[in-house]
Structures are given as C-alpha cells and as structure tokens.
Design a protein around this ligand. Structure first.
Ligand SMILES: Cc1cc2nc3c(=O)[nH]c(=O)nc-3n(C[C@H](O)[C@H](O)[C@H](O)COP(=O)(O)OP(=O)(O)OC[C@H]3O[C@@H](n4cnc5c(N)ncnc54)[C@H](O)[C@@H]3O)c2cc1C
Length: 438
C-alpha cells in the first residue's frame, strides 16, 4: 500500500494532522502551506498555526467546556496544547500565549519531523483519482481562490459567517496615570490593564462609536455575524447599555486610585511575553482604520494609543458537513478526501486543532490496517464531532456542555458541569488507554 498523505494548510488543524501521523514512520507526509507565497487577509506570519485574532485559547478551568476540551486534547498528545503551555503568558484563568513564540514552537517541532516534507505552495485543485493517495483539506475559514471554487463544486457550495478581530496597541502608549492593573473581583494574576470610564466619558464614547464609519463588506449580512465575536459597533447598536453589560462591563473592578467603581471599563490583555503589546479585549471591529484610531483615543488612558494592528472583519467559509462528510470527517463520495479545522463547521482555535487530532489518528489507523474509531459521544471532542456531522442545520459550533448527552437531571448548574466534566475526562482517559492504546 502507498502510505502517502497530503495535508493542505499548516494551520491549527493541519499541524495536528501531521503531528499525529508522524508517529508512524512508514507514512510519507506532505504538508502544503501557501504562506509566504500567498497570505490570506488575516494571516501575516510565515510560521504555522498562526493565531489570527485573540492570543487566548480560552479558559483552562475544568468547570468550563473549553477547559475540558483542552484537557482531552492533552490526553491525545496535542501539539497545539504542548506549545501553548510552553509559550503561555499570564492571563488569569485563560491559556493565553505569546503568539509569535507559539507559532515558532509549532513550526520548529513540525520541521524536525523526519517523515514530513514541507512544501510552500498554494494548492488550487486536487486529483483524487488515485484512491491510495490520501488528502486532507485544512485550509481554514479564509479558503479562497481556485481551491475554493473547486471545493465548492464537490461540496455543493459553502456556508458562511462573519467574524472580526480586535486591534492591538503598544504598551508604551498606555497612560498608566489613568489605567491600572487588576482582574475582575481580584481573581487571577492581576495582568489585565483596566481603563476606567465615568458615565459622561462612556456616553461620549458610545455616541461616537455608533455614528462612526465602517468598512463595507461584500455580501455582509448582520444575521451571519458569529454570535461570540460580534463587532463592538454592532453590539453598541443594540442599545446604550449594551457595552456596559458586554465587553465594557465594570463588575468586580475598583479603581485603586480613586477607590471608586468605574461606570464602564475597557480591558487590555498582554499580547506577548515581554508585555510590549496589548490587545483590547472584546473590541473586534470593522470600523475604518482612521475611525478606529479616533474612537480608541477617546478611551481614558488610551489618548495616545499607538495601534500596532487594526481590527478587521472577514467572511468565514465552512462546508455543510452533515451532508458532505461522514462521521470521520471524510467526504461521503471521495473516500480518500478528509477535512479538518474550522472549514468543517467547528469554531475556535482549540476546536479546529481537535478535529485535526481526530483526522490524524483515524488516517493513521487506516494506513496501519486498523478500523477507524469515532470518539465517544460523551467526551467533549466526540460530542462536537457528532454535532458537526449530524446537525439538521449546521451552525459554527464551539465546545459547550449543551452538546453532551445527560442521562439524569442535575438541577444545579455547577453540579451538572462538574459531573459532565468528570465524566468526559474519565471516558476520554479510558478511550485513549484501551481503544487508541496511546
Ligand atoms: C478573522 C478571524 C478571527 C478569528 N478569531 C478567533 C479567536 O479570536 N479565537 C478563536 O478561538 N478562533 C478565532 N477564529 C476562528 C478559528 O479558530 C481560526 O480561524 C483558526 O485559525 C482555524 O484553524 P484552521 O486550522 O482551520 O485554519 P487556519 O489556522 O486558518 O489555517 C489554514 C492554513 O491553510 C493555509 N492555506 C489556505 N489555503 C491554502 C491553499 N490553497 N494551499 C495551501 N495552503 C493554504 C493558510 O495559509 C493557513 O496557514 C477566527 C477566525 C477568523 C477568520
């Protein structure tokens, strides 16, 4: 048998596929990556697994679905989690990373794998005629050009949603006479920077924001905005208090200088280990760049803000997985074609990487003469995969406890989460040991 696997895209999912497959020496792996020959509008580094927006892989707490997801990935020897832990920077309960070091860590580990050949080239079409040649498409939500045209034909057209990124500012440009360090309720390592606003400042900021100019995007439809990543100007349009109850909520914060609770607060999170860059939490936007600069400078403490990266909005593309893919994320018609990452309909860095682990493990099993294995539905990864391959109407999905089957009623939310979390981890632990034998 010809043991050749071609992976297209060295993003969060593609690198996990390569990492899992590389454990079997007899497989010849080709990893195609279009950077630096071509960059999507959100990618800018030559390195693999680029985090295009937030530098956080979300909470690590096991009472949180995202925490469970990452703990399961760690049991499966995830490369993304390994490098995230190596390059983490303090951010309270979240697993936040220095994005440059994180991508470098992943790229270096992949480069060291003896059976992975890295080919820097844009793939535009795939020849599926040789059934013993396996292909994995892990080109992410910004898949475009000729490949997108070709893919659209074999998947009966794409589905779409819109997503935006937050600006990053230089730490030096923050006015520390006004801003102060601290976490909500004093829980955490005190690494967030807070910019406090009075009622008057908040109203002035709000009015400027709702009347500012936005970038027009072809085909944009408000209904297609991803609910977890709404642009700040869109949240603002839903009412004057929407930001105070959303990304600018002041709860659990007291200004140590005045001893007062701010009316609203803007939080900044460290972008890199050195602490020279900060991103504005929850400020994803599609305002025109000149407007972003004007609006951000209205925030007390950011009047001299130097913007290092502006916020932008993009169309995210994914396929109708329940109709196109089987439960192994393999094309129903072309059995040598697999998909991994956000293009399958999952949402999020860790979720995208988790699908790569799944596809990598199962391709490895085919090539070593074993049967492919679905992950148990009572694990977080298994439940997510089950949803994206069986939903009646697929909507981008991230890890959450609602995906998990529950055979008994547990009224208290915290008890329910604890139960589900423990159950997921125990089932995954046994599955890894007894079924996958890793
Ligand atoms: C604007 C935006 C903001 C986002 N913000 C967040 C966030 O803050 N938090 C979060 O958890 N998730 C976020 N996501 C969602 C998602 O987690 C990321 O997009 C994630 O990177 C998806 O991983 P992936 O491996 O599927 O794709 P990617 O990481 O995008 O990797 C795809 C790779 O394939 C390469 N490629 C593409 N086409 C070709 C081709 N034809 N030939 C060869 N190579 C190709 C690309 O260069 C890229 O390296 C965001 C997505 C977008 C678009």
């Amino acid at each position: 048998m010809n043991l050749e696997v071609n992976i297209i895209g060295a993003g969060l999912a593609g690198v996990e596929v390569a990492w899992q497959l590389s454990k079997y020496n007899n497989i010849e792996i080709k990893l195609f990556e279009q950077k630096p020959v071509k960059f999507s509008p959100v990618h800018s580094s030559e390195n693999f697994a680029e985090l295009v927006c937030s530098n956080s892989l979300k909470s690590e707490k096991l009472e949180n679905a995202e925490g469970v997801l990452k703990a399961e990935m760690e049991m499966l020897d995830s490369l993304v989690i390994k490098c995230a832990k190596k390059t983490r920077i303090p951010a309270g309960k979240a697993l936040a990373v220095d994005r440059k070091l994180f991508s470098e860590c992943i790229t270096n580990k992949i480069k060291l794998l003896p059976n992975v050949e890295i080919i820097r080239k844009e793939i535009t079409e795939i020849d599926l005629s040789n059934p013993s040649k396996i292909w994995v498409i892990a080109t992410g939500p910004t898949t475009d050009g000729k490949l997108a045209e070709w893919l659209s034909k074999i998947t009966n057209g794409f589905l779409n949603f819109f997503d935006a990124v937050s600006p990053i500012i230089s730490a030096e440009s923050i006015n520390y006479d006004i801003c102060f360090f601290g976490d909500r309720y004093g829980v955490g390592t005190g690494d967030y920077i807070n910019c406090p606003l009075t009622k008057k400042e908040y109203e002035r900021f709000y009015n400027a924001l709702i009347s500012s100019q936005i970038v027009k995007i072809e085909g944009f439809d408000r209904k297609l905005l991803f609910e977890r990543c709404q642009p700040i100007e869109e949240i603002a349009k839903t009412g004057i208090d929407s930001l105070r109850y959303g990304p600018m909520k002041p709860v659990g914060i007291t200004d140590p200088k005045s001893g007062k609770k701010p009316y609203a607060v803007v939080q900044l999170r460290k972008e890199n280990e050195e602490g020279t860059m900060y991103n504005i939490v929850g400020f994803q936007t599609r305002l025109k760049w000149k407007e972003q600069s004007r609006i951000i400078k209205m925030i007390p403490g950011l009047e001299n803000a130097e913007i290092l990266r502006y916020g932008v909005m993009h169309r995210n593309t994914y396929i109708d997985s329940p109709h196109v893919l089987d439960k192994f994320l393999r094309h129903k018609k072309y059995k040598n074609l697999f998909f991994a990452g956000q293009i399958t309909g999952v949402e999020g860095y860790a979720e995208s990487a988790a699908t790569g682990i799944y596809v990598g493990i199962n391709i490895r099993r085919i090539l070593t003469g074993e049967k492919m294995l679905p992950f148990p539905k009572k694990t977080m990864i298994g439940a997510l995969l089950d949803y994206i391959t069986s939903a009646k109407e697929l909507k981008p999905m991230y890890a959450n406890f609602g995906l998990l089957p529950l055979e008994k009623i547990i009224k208290n939310k915290n008890d329910r989460r604890k139960y589900l979390s423990n159950r997921c981890l125990e089932i995954m632990r046994n599955f890894v040991k007894n079924e996958l034998c890793i």
